[in-house]
Design a protein. Structure first.
Length: 168
């Protein structure tokens, strides 16, 4: 028996190792071979990413203005589309801060006019309903802890929100 086989055959009963080390040994898989070939199976309906009918942006990869063989100009209006491809991505999102100001003006007659904030603008700095709705969704819908919800908002939107604010 080789030294490695001797090591593998030892357990807590015939060595000085604790019982917890017995679990670290290699185990045999519980799954039985099915007999099917690896990979996609016959009659399995595959799934693939589908194109959208109207992409938000189309980038045409242009042709040279002149033929590099004879130097003649090419009528680009006669060009045909050879192949189409689509690339999906998520736009980078960031919070928007909207400033509100009230104005004061004294009329020539002496009357003082002062504008008022909209009814929803109560604090010097506050969160809008979309941020509050996201906080509720992360806590109640996704069941994230407060600290992880705050970290996710910071990671996605670069907006620091304290866990205490999310609790409120």
């Amino acid at each position: 028996m080789s030294e490695s086989e001797t090591q593998l055959s030892k357990d807590c009963h015939n060595s000085s190792t604790p019982p917890s080390f017995d679990e670290l040994k290699k185990t045999r898989p519980l799954r039985r071979p099915s007999g099917a070939k690896s990979g996609g199976q016959i009659r399995h309906k595959g799934m693939t990413l589908k194109r959208v009918r109207e992409p938000g942006e189309v980038i045409e990869h242009g042709l040279p203005e002149r033929c590099d063989g004879c130097g003649e100009t090419s009528p680009l209006s006669c060009a045909q589309i050879v192949e189409r491809r689509q690339v999906f991505d998520i736009p980078v999102v960031r919070y928007e801060a909207t400033g509100h100001r009230t104005l004061r003006l004294q009329c020539g007659c002496g009357k003082l006019h002062e504008s008022q904030f909209l009814s929803g603008v109560r604090g010097a700095v506050q969160y809008e309903p979309n941020i509050r709705a996201l906080a509720v969704h992360l806590k109640q819908g996704q069941l994230l802890p407060l600290a992880r919800s705050a970290q996710l908002i910071d990671d996605l939107y670069e907006l620091e929100v304290s866990p205490a604010t999310l609790l409120a």
